[in-house]
Design a protein around this ligand. Sequence first.
Ligand SMILES: [Cu+2]
Length: 460
Amino acid sequence: MSSRRDFFTGAAALVGAGLVSRAGAATLPEAPIMSSAATQPPPSPPNGRPYHPVVTLNGWSLPWRMNNGVKEFHLIAEPVVREIAPGMKANLWGYNGQSPGPTIEVVEGDRVRIFVTNRLPEQTSIHWHGQRLPNGMDGITGLNQPPIMPGKTFVYEFVARRPGTFMYHPHADEMVQMAMGMMGFWVTHPKNPAQHAVDRDFVFLLNAYDIEPGSYTPRVNEMTDFNLWTFNSRAFPGIDTMNVRQGDRVRIRAGNLTMTNHPIHLHGHEFEVTGTDGGWTRPESRWPEVTTDIAVGQMRAIEFIADAPGDWAFHCHKPHHTMNAMGHQVPNMIGVDHRGVAEKIAKLVPDYMVMGDKGGSMGDMEMPLPDNTLPMMTGQGPFGGIEMGGMFTVVKVRKDQKPGDYTDPGWYKHPPGTVAYEWTGASPGAVRHDSAGGKPDAKATIEVTVRKPTGHQGHH
Ligand SMILES: [Cu+2]
């Protein structure tokens, strides 16, 4: 993660696209390109009305140009290479060098003009999810507008009437284009910057990909069996941590553009859902939660006071969504004795290894992986392997994190006596109870019941 100072170094990654010099393009605003997948804390707005900028997790906000009071942005739909996490890159489609595309930040009442240049090999369009706008700006190919053909630029223009949390994505060949990563975040800040003000405001999209280990391009026809679950097209340990100051009021906004729901869970704090893609929730309608389910196509803004110092996990609560690419059709081998079998197979298959006979713990396991894939469960913490992947990151709450500083403070230093520890006194050993609820019997043997396949049981 970068600090505000680093941002200006990171801004070196912003280069003119060099794509806008054709005849008639002199009126197009510059289309900045981002080459880094690191979180870029945004600079304060250089012009226009004031607002408190959001921080896009492993992303950035798109600069604009003021043209006679209109905020002009330039999005370029194009193939990109996105680093999903160190060790894995994906050929995706996105905007301005990254997938997801840059966050667009405007202020309630702003007149916004967005130029969209299509550099994909097929037609596209952009739908501005959740916005109040003229029907012809809604972006459904065929319904509201003709398609933007390859090489063409379209202009969308509307007033950002409603403050809140939005996203953008194509409504053209959308199964393919969203499976390829075409999406981005949009925040319309309230006219009055004091309204809904928080100290830190993080945003990201939930996305999922099916990329066969060893390959680079998503299988776009997949409906359910995705193997990469990501925040802003990054998988743990590639997702930056959210670093905050103790006592901060923190908002985290997430939008779900996958094909299943994600129960998003925060450790160590309670939060309230303060906004959806339909607007801000009324204060009297809120209740405390530690998990909120984000359904397909929904956005949620949660808020909490970060009053508990520490490194707090923040993740999807579906266990398979905190794993990285690997077949999920692995049988449950807990308790199976592989001795002998493994040796015989190893003679035939040199890289063969027994998996999961003592549970699935693989955090410290060195496995031969194909090129360009991620271990299923990975990431190192101060106490060893974290054994996570996918939709997992950490909220770091620190007393001495400076306001406006988003740099990673390192691992939490626990006060003495506040970490779970090993019992080193006398151990009673393992005691087993028999199934009839009788006396403990340490020597009880395991009785195995074998059910033989006898055809259609219960259908005699
Ligand atoms: Cu999930």
